[in-house]
Design a protein around this ligand. Structure first.
Ligand SMILES: [Zn+2]
Length: 687
């Protein structure tokens, strides 16, 4: 069964209180996965279950490689379409002042920093001359022109943490001492500890792990002390108190990881305890059906029309990765997969040329005026938005995922996040490769092929997702005698020979998750969430209206046009409680996988579900906007809530409807209203 939010809190609370049980965090040690060493040489300065590998050690294959290639052809390779500051030199020089004043001077370097980090990673994953040239020009400028207050021409503190991540990505691959000196000198001389400026501790801890430099450790620990003391949003009393954490969503993701990093590099038990409690709180209070976190712009309670900022999809996944490495809890990896396979593709156009600033699990309308936030572009799919952070940050999401698909332990390597890739690494100083051949998450079988010149003894760790109750492992075609409990890591320790093949089978069943007090459910099969695709009236614009032009002076909308989507089919459907009780009767239909599995017309997996029309739901809201209103500003906002009692009184006959992967939709209904027993007719699902 999938890990519900309540179960997650229960587990984390137990663990935080010092309890363990056979089904919780103690599994890791029971499985024999040992602790990991720091990314560099200072083994005694690392306390995590897992360690990151150098960026580039894991190369994407299959559909993930195709995704990255689309990135390179789309937003990542054509920043001139993204508006200011992406249409400037960015980190390859001093960014000229904006022609339209931005609210904060650090914006331009934050956003350029996101792009710099993304291209650093993409450059290590793809052989793309354009990405390489852009990244190398920026890296060269930063190394040759940095000033005491920051990297390159930047002199504002927080963006250094963002730019520094890109520098660390290069450093992890090259060990260039000039990069290490640059980061070290800035942090030791000028690193600040307050607010997001303290996120530079991420780089400080990594370098400390490599060099053992006590001044880097001292800075990072000052940040931890500052973050866990009032008035910080994640002070000890707020994390351990009863109230939800309140903060800007990106700030929360960036800040909470410092708790996990502090445990990773110091072993401070308080930091581990706070890590478990803080992330459990966010998951309990803010997790959305697609794996994203409510963030519009602040963390908030989950509602039918909750939104997440695309920056938050990227940054929560990155932040959860540190929680995974610190705690060894497989549930964090489950969440990273869920957000990456659902929330992320749902927020971008399928050719990666446009993105939303805000997206929703229940998105009946994706237009500039579709969300209650006062903003001109936020729910439309565009390359340039009036607040530009997400246009840079979205490029980091999939490269970040690839970087953590494999993690190192003291006695081997662990497949933490699944998908087609090749790992090149060393075990006991012996080079080896493991190719991971799979169409996961669209298929349930993963084949690992070991390539090694000499026999090698190591532990091959395998994550067993919380949703998979019947995982099996076979080695060279023979079933392995290996316990595979859901929500844990299994370890296959043996002498591996060249050509050895390990097949992991993760059977996927249709599972439902309650939302909004059980008044709605979402449908999941494996890590994929399935939505009712709403027919789209697509409106493409190659010129902006004057109001947007004034804000986005200089964006090349003709290159990557803006897209708005209006509902062209009825979307008001609900699920009988009888059907809810028998999801195993829903028909699962598989089709061949294409290079882009996030195209709804060729979706590799579809689920047929019996639904009923609810004609009274949002009766004042036109169910179909085809054609869209002439004045788009008059178009309604997305529906705010599930149907009320009165709206559930009238419903149509059962109709078999097809759900597709969330990420293949632009308009979708993901939280299906539940039509209670006393109102529903007998269930007659297709079998
Ligand atoms: Zn953003």
């Amino acid at each position: 069964m999938p890990l519900t939010r309540r179960q997650f809190i229960h587990r984390s609370t137990l663990a935080a209180a010092g309890f363990t049980c056979s089904c919780c965090f103690s599994r890791l040690s029971a499985d024999g996965i040992s602790a990991a060493a720091a990314p560099g040489a200072a083994r005694n300065a690392y306390f995590g279950r897992f360690t990151e590998l150098p960026v580039g050690a894991i190369k994407a294959q299959g559909w993930i490689q195709q995704w990255l290639l689309r990135q390179a052809d789309g937003l990542s390779g054509h920043p001139e379409n993204l508006g200011y500051p992406y249409n400037t030199c960015m980190m390859a020089g001093a960014i000229p002042d904006p022609t339209i004043k931005q609210p904060a001077d650090w914006w331009r370097y934050e956003q350029s920093g996101y792009y710099f980090d993304a291209t650093a990673r993409l450059n290590l994953l793809l052989d793309n001359p354009g990405i390489k040239q852009r990244h190398q020009a920026a890296l060269d400028y930063i190394l040759q022109h940095s000033n005491p207050l920051g990297y390159g021409a930047n002199v504002t503190p927080w963006p250094n943490a963002v730019i520094g991540r890109g520098l660390l990505a290069d450093y992890s691959a090259t060990r260039d001492p000039a990069i290490a000196k640059l980061i070290r000198d800035y942090i030791v001389d000028h690193g600040r500890t307050h607010d997001r400026d303290g996120v530079n501790a991420e780089e400080a801890y990594y370098l400390y792990g490599v060099t053992g430099d006590p001044q880097l450790l001292a800075y990072a620990q000052r940040v931890y002390d500052d973050y866990t003391s009032p008035p910080s949003f994640c002070s000890i009393d707020k994390i351990t108190g009863p109230q939800p954490l309140k903060s800007h969503g990106v700030t929360a993701a960036e800040s909470l990881k410092i708790l996990a990093l502090t445990y990773l590099y110091t072993g401070n038990p308080q930091a581990l305890d706070l890590t478990k409690r803080a992330y459990a709180k966010v998951i309990a209070d803010n997790l959305m059906p697609d794996g994203g976190v409510v963030s519009s712009e602040s963390l908030g309670p989950v509602a039918f029309n909750s939104l997440h900022e695309t920056c938050d999809i990227t940054d929560w996944c990155w932040s959860l990765g540190y929680a995974l490495m610190a705690t060894g809890d497989a549930a964090f990896a489950d969440l990273i997969e869920k957000a990456t396979f659902n929330a992320l593709p749902g927020a971008v156009s399928k050719d990666f040329k446009q993105l939303q600033y805000f997206s929703s699990a229940n998105q009946v309308l994706a237009s500039s005026t579709a969300c209650p936030r006062i903003a001109l572009t936020r729910m439309s799919y565009r390359a340039a938005h009036e607040t530009p952070c997400c246009s840079g940050n979205v490029n980091r999401a999939m490269p970040n995922y690839v970087a953590r698909q494999w993690l190192r332990t003291d006695d081997g390597v662990t497949a933490a996040l699944y998908g087609p890739c090749v790992l090149h690494t060393t075990v006991n100083d012996q080079p080896l490769s493991i190719s991971e051949e799979t169409d996961y998450p669209f298929r349930d079988t993963i084949t690992f092929k070991v390539q090694t010149a000499q026999p090698a003894t190591f532990a091959l760790g395998l994550r067993i997702p919380g949703w998979c109750a019947s995982a099996t492992v076979a080695v060279n075609g023979i079933p392995a005698n290996l316990a595979c409990p859901p929500g844990a890591f299994a370890a296959l320790k043996r002498e591996f020979h060249d050509g050895d093949t390990v097949v992991l089978h993760l059977p996927m069943t249709v599972q439902l998750t309650d939302w909004l007090g059980g008044r709605g459910v979402s449908v999941q099969r494996g890590p994929l969430v399935y939505s009712l695709k709403i027919g789209e009236k697509r409106v493409e614009s190659t010129t902006d209206p004057d109001a947007i032009k004034r804000i986005l002076k200089g964006n090349n909308i003709a290159g990557f046009p803006a897209l708005e989507f209006f509902p062209a089919t009825e979307w008001r459907y609900g699920l009988d409680s009888g059907a809810k009780a028998a999801p195993e009767k829903f028909a699962v239909i598989e089709s061949p996988l294409t290079d882009n599995p996030f195209l709804s017309d060729t979706a590799p997996v579809r689920i047929e579900v019996p639904l009923r029309n609810l004609p009274q739901w949002q009766a004042t809201w036109q169910p179909v906007l085809d054609p869209p209103p002439a004045n788009l500003k008059l178009s309604p906002q997305n529906p705010a809530s599930l149907p009320g009692e009165t709206e559930l009184q009238q419903f149509g006959d059962l109709k078999t409807m097809t759900l597709v992967p969330y990420g293949s939709t632009y308009l979708r209904l993901t939280t299906l209203p539940v039509i209670t027993e006393r109102k529903s007719a007998p269930f007659a699902a297709k079998t």
